[in-house]
Design a protein around this ligand. Structure first.
Ligand SMILES: *[C@@H]1O[C@H](CO)[C@@H](O)[C@H](O)[C@H]1NC(C)=O
Ligand SMILES: *[C@@H]1O[C@H](CO)[C@@H](O)[C@H](O)[C@H]1NC(C)=O
Ligand SMILES: *[C@@H]1O[C@H](CO)[C@@H](O)[C@H](O)[C@H]1NC(C)=O
Length: 241
């Protein structure tokens, strides 16, 4: 083959590897009420759209990821539109619209973090409750030897007064992580508490860890709560699994 074809071979190879890093994400609302999932792409990855959308009970939505990607998913509920502004009592991102457009979840929100096509062609995924919880959630790769991660408990109903966020009719719709609630060295693991020997679980992180042991419960939690799988599977994220 003539050497002048080399550039197009390289291009084909690039398209092949680019295409190899792809995944179909399905988001399912298994809650008995409406939710508005939000998505946030980590800077450096191609922005995933939509960045916010509505899901009726039992509805689901599919989003294709067609490259290496890194970002976060969560869900909002008890939302309303007043004076042209869309706001939610749980999981709001502060954009004032259904699309979050790069705005992050305002804690507390149960975060699902996902990396497609990361180091060594692996995917990484976790449920992260370090900043708090607002809705049970699970993430499940559709590959037999890759583990699902689930936080099925409703931690809101076990949330102490000093951490709770209340929604309509005073019902708990969120439970803050202790660092978000108190912002002290002990709960945020800085200063005297900034190393692995002193950054330890607290009675507050244990509230989350006991009910959702697969999820990160504070910033110094066991690193094995980041799950990995060779890049390739599609993912199902279920709210209220
Ligand atoms: C997403 O991917 C699936 C399967 O790979 C394909 O059937 C579907 O057409 C794609 N949807 C969009 C919007 O690209
Ligand atoms: C992480 O490792 C600890 C022991 O070091 C174990 O008790 C725990 O179950 C593991 N967590 C997960 C989610 O695998
Ligand atoms: C969990 O998420 C928070 C907020 O995005 C982040 O600061 C933290 O590093 C993440 N990981 C752990 C182990 O808490």
């Amino acid at each position: 083959m003539a050497i002048k074809n080399l550039p197009s071979l390289i291009l084909l190879a690039a398209i092949y590897f680019y295409g190899a890093h792809s995944a179909v994400l399905t988001m399912k609302n298994n809650c008995g009420f409406e939710i508005w999932p939000g998505t946030l792409t980590t800077s450096g990855s191609p922005v995933l759209v939509p960045t916010g959308f509505h899901l009726a009970p039992q509805a689901s939505k599919t989003i294709n990821i067609s490259s290496s990607w890194d970002g976060t998913f969560w869900a909002r509920y008890q939302c309303s539109n007043s004076g042209n502004k869309f706001t939610c009592l749980s999981g709001d991102c502060g954009s004032g619209r259904i699309e979050c457009s790069g705005a992050d979840a305002i804690p507390p929100a149960s975060l699902v973090k996902l990396t497609i096509g990361g180091d060594l062609d692996q995917d990484f995924y976790e449920i992260n409750l370090s900043d708090g919880f607002n809705l049970p959630v699970s993430i499940k790769p559709d590959k037999a030897n890759c583990q699902a991660v689930t936080c099925a408990a409703n931690i809101n109903s076990a949330c102490p007064n000093e951490l709770v966020v209340k929604g309509l009719n005073g019902v708990a719709v969120g439970c803050k992580g202790a660092c978000i609630a108190f912002n002290t060295p002990r709960y945020c693991c800085y200063g005297d508490f900034g190393n692995p020997q002193t950054c330890q679980p607290t009675k507050y992180s244990e509230i989350f860890n006991k009910r959702c042991p697969q999820a990160y419960s504070f910033s110094g939690d066991d690193e094995n709560k980041t799950f990995r799988c060779p890049t390739g599977p599609n993912y199902l994220i279920t709210y209220c699994p």
